[in-house]
Design a protein around this ligand. Sequence first.
Ligand code: ADP
Length: 309
Amino acid sequence: MTGKPTSVDDQLVAMNEALVVAGIRQHELTEQAKKLNEQLQGEINVRKNSEEALRQAQAQLADRASQLEGLVTERTAKLQELVGELEAFSYGITHDLRAPLRAMQSFAHLLEEDYSAKLDDVGRSYLHRIASAASRMDKLVQDTLVYSHVLRVDLRRESVDAEKLLRDMFESYPDFQEPKAEVIIEGRLPAVQANEAALTQCFSNLLNNAIKFVAPGTKPRVRISADYRGEMVRFWVADNGIGIAERHWGKIFGMFQRLDTSYEGTGIGLTIVRKAMERMGGTVGVESEPGQGSRFWLELKPADNRKNA
Ligand code: ADP
């Protein structure tokens, strides 16, 4: 007799079916995993290739960079050499210009001394113009030489006693003394890190301007003082001169810039100051108002390199 399958049979059949399904599923999953693996391997290969290409590109780049660096160093050296030659050349020419100039000056002087009586007023005025043009040119040549010296020379820095430097300067120049001018140091001036010759040049140029640019008939009065700006020392040179409008404050430090040609000058003095200060790690500037005098300043590191308490 046939009977109904027992529940155990049912369960066996069901388990069998489940096993078959699981087997199929496992096969599908294995296939999928294989595919994924292959895909991943493909991606890994692509990535490896890209990394290799990147490494090669980086190596090429580093190679190129070092070639360029070499080229820049080589060209910079050539340029420096060329600039040095040009500077030496212009220095030489400028220097040699002084000999014929001195000849012009001394012959004009001889003419004035020995032949003045033989000339009429027009002749004497021409002679006077020749002499003053020659001495103006001589001043230009001298200033150009000082500028070129400031550009070229090694401005080694040391501790410079600014007060002593200025007092020595006053002693050697009658133009900075009574009765010609009243030049006073206010307070005690500190020592700074500077090149003594270059700092002397800077103060000398500022002081010469301070006593020169006064209204006619005015006795020059100059006050020199110092204060601290952060870690820097600022020297002030204040005058009672004709003053400078704010729009010209920057311009006057440029080469050949002169605001009033009725005063003698070459327009190089402040350019020398700016360049010398720059080369000593300092700065220069001015505050002024027309008719109210000017306050020029020089800023440098103090010799002891400490802030003032
Ligand atoms: P220079 O004195 O030979 O003319 P500088 O370069 O020293 O040349 O000065 C440039 C210009 O700046 C001067 O011609 C003048 O117009 C102006 N200047 C400089 N110092 C002063 C000052 N203390 N007071 C007024 N003007 C000044």
